[in-house]
Write a protein that binds this ligand. Structure first.
Ligand code: PMP
Length: 396
């Protein structure tokens, strides 16, 4: 069997139609497949590779840590410098109320840990989440996922969860004194990049304060500079009680975190002791790599260029097939009439060496989330290819 056949035969699949390119190398904004074909990567591993693939500082930090130690003990018992340094460094860039980092290995584990923390801290049973939100695929995160289609096959799920429409002011009264937490994305990524009004974000914060519910903001996809600030919530003027991190937080290595005030986080240490534990959370190599990526992001000035680069895409991507380009910095959705058109454009782009994808809840939208380091030339090339694909499909 060749490699593709082995992949389809022995690797657990997530759909009947995987992209199934065999990638043998990745550097900056470029991927190479086993046939030597080159792809401009417009999705960066789904908002993971914000500083590009194999940023030299990330690779060097990981190698240095590989030479020191790998896993030595379950999370939380030993002083592991990569965790300590990353947590301390991150907290310098967060509001004072977000000073304690609990490391996990993925985004969904950050969601799980945060929901447990909110229940334990408030002693309340109810969780409020939003339609068309995505917070991960494990059962707790799935329970708050905003889609009946994906939830339904896996019942029973967590009880006590209420889903509300995102961005709607009138429904916030459903957050009541039985609510442990509200979990929301500051920008709904998988809905096709939909940003609520600032007023809504403030009303949401106020309502949580009124009833004593913790506000969890999921920055797993929007964080680490993606939308032009370190975190999207920093553009709103509100501060969450817990922030969720993942994806670009590990700079290409598996790492997540939930971040809260020390006073809140400390409840996980008692009644019960070891209230949330993980063998691999905050793996030293992942923390070393993640921190190098974080520092590279800060030093590069990339974040200051996010809005400009986003505008370059937006201005160039004008075509009769394109209804709208919604942007939150370099998280962008190119909206077509239908899934069918979107899929044909995406497939043609991939054939032409430009790698893109779609959104879970907006299958008529093309996902653009390139590494933040993408150059103006690469943006111009990407847009030329996307427009060429649109032309071909419009004229077919
Ligand atoms: N929250 C958001 C907003 C996400 O985009 C994702 C991943 N797509 C997750 C949570 C889950 O992260 P992970 O896949 O690392 O579990």
């Amino acid at each position: 069997m060749n490699q593709r056949e082995l992949f389809l035969r022995h690797v657990g699949q997530t759909s009947d139609a995987p992209i199934a390119l065999e990638i043998v190398r990745a550097e900056g904004c470029t991927l190479w497949d086993a046939h030597g074909k080159q792809y401009l990567d417009l999705i960066g591993g789904i908002s993971v590779c914000n500083m590009g693939h194999r940023h030299p500082a990330v690779v060097a930090a990981a190698k240095e840590q590989l030479d020191a130690y790998l896993h030595v003990m379950v999370y939380g018992e030993l002083i592991e410098s990569p965790q300590v340094q990353y947590a301390a460094s991150l907290s310098n860039y967060l509001p004072a109320a977000l000073d304690t980092v609990f490391f996990t290995s993925s985004g969904t584990e950050a969601t799980e840990g945060a929901m447990k923390l909110a229940k334990r801290y408030t002693g309340k049973p109810k969780i409020v989440a939003f339609d068309q939100s995505y917070h991960g695929s494990t059962q707790g995160a799935l329970s708050v996922m905003g889609s009946e289609y994906w939830r339904n096959a896996f019942r029973p799920l967590l009880p006590g969860i209420v889903h509300l429409p995102h961005g709607v002011l009138e429904v916030l009264d459903a957050i009541d004194d039985q609510t442990a937490c509200v979990i929301a994305e500051p920008i709904q990524a998988e809905r096709g990049v939909v940003r609520p009004t600032n007023e809504w974000m403030h009303q949401l914060r106020n309502r949580c304060d009124e009833v004593g519910a913790l506000l969890i903001l999921d920055e797993i996809q929007t964080g680490m500079g993606r939308t032009g600030s370190l975190f999207a919530f920093q553009q709103t003027g509100i501060v969450p009680d817990i922030v969720l991190l993942g994806k670009a937080f590990g700079a290409g290595m598996p790492l997540g975190a939930f971040v809260a005030a020390r006073e809140k986080m400390s409840v996980l240490t008692h009644d019960p002791v070891l209230g949330h534990i993980s063998t691999f959370g905050g793996h030293p190599v992942c923390c070393a790599a993640g921190m190098a990526g974080f520092h590279a992001l800060l030093a590069s000035g990339c974040m200051d260029q996010v809005t400009y680069k986003s505008q370059l895409f937006k201005h160039r991507l004008r075509h009769s097939l394109i209804h709208e380009v919604r942007t939150a910095g370099l998280l962008m959705a190119v909206e077509f009439e239908s899934w069918d058109i979107n899929k044909r454009v995406i497939d043609r782009c991939i054939e032409l060496g430009v790698f893109t994808d779609w959104f879970l809840f907006a299958q008529h939208c093309m996902r653009l989330a390139p590494p933040l380091i993408i150059s103006e030339e690469e943006i111009a090339h990407a847009c030329t290819i996307i427009l060429q694909a649109c032309d071909e499909i419009a004229n077919a």
